[in-house]
Design a protein around this ligand. Structure first.
Ligand code: SF4
Length: 169
């Protein structure tokens, strides 16, 4: 990415940024994590199996939505997560999708799904979420423009992070 190029913000990058800014930077440069990472694989499997019947993985421009269905009043976008460990990051990812859809003229409501925990929560893009998404996008874009990644800082997320070997070996 050149200095002038504006980084492309995606939902995965938003989620990663809130878990670890370094992880988002590495992902944005397509630096591949350890493909054998069992946690990534498990996440994929849960997504494939749990919502097999209603699953409609949809790509809308730069957005990759796990589920999309028509609700009572408007579209419902579903985001499926393996666990609620990074729930704040997952909420922001979903709010980001709702924000980007609104920018495209599509109003939608969000459902955050944790099938293993049988949990579900609804996200509505109100003024508070809108402001938080805009702030997060700006902060993330600033990190992605940097020529080098933020320094590794050990947190509770490192243990299950696919970049752990890259950061800490
Ligand atoms: S191992 Fe830790 S520091 Fe490195 S990218 Fe993952 S979460 Fe960030």
């Amino acid at each position: 990415m050149t200095a002038q190029e504006e980084p492309r913000i995606t939902g995965s990058l938003v989620q990663s940024y809130l878990v670890c800014p370094r992880q988002a930077w590495l992902m944005s440069r397509q630096i591949c994590p350890d493909e054998d990472n069992v946690h990534l694989e498990l996440g994929r499997l849960i997504q494939q199996q749990t919502y097999a019947r209603e699953r409609k993985e949809v790509a809308v421009g730069h957005l990759k939505l796990d589920l999309l269905r028509r609700g009572n009043k408007e579209l419902v976008v579903g985001e499926v997560k393996k666990s609620s460990r990074a729930v704040e990051a997952a909420r922001m990812q979903l709010a980001f999708y709702l924000y980007e859809l609104r920018e495209m003229g599509v109003e939608a409501e969000g459902e955050l799904l944790f099938p293993e925990e049988r949990q579900k929560e609804t996200i509505v893009l109100d003024d508070r979420w809108t402001a938080r998404v805009e702030e997060t996008k700006a902060r993330l874009a600033e990190v992605l423009r940097r020529p080098v990644p933020p320094r590794a800082e050990r947190t509770g997320f490192c243990r299950k992070c696919a970049y752990a070997e890259f950061c800490w070996a």
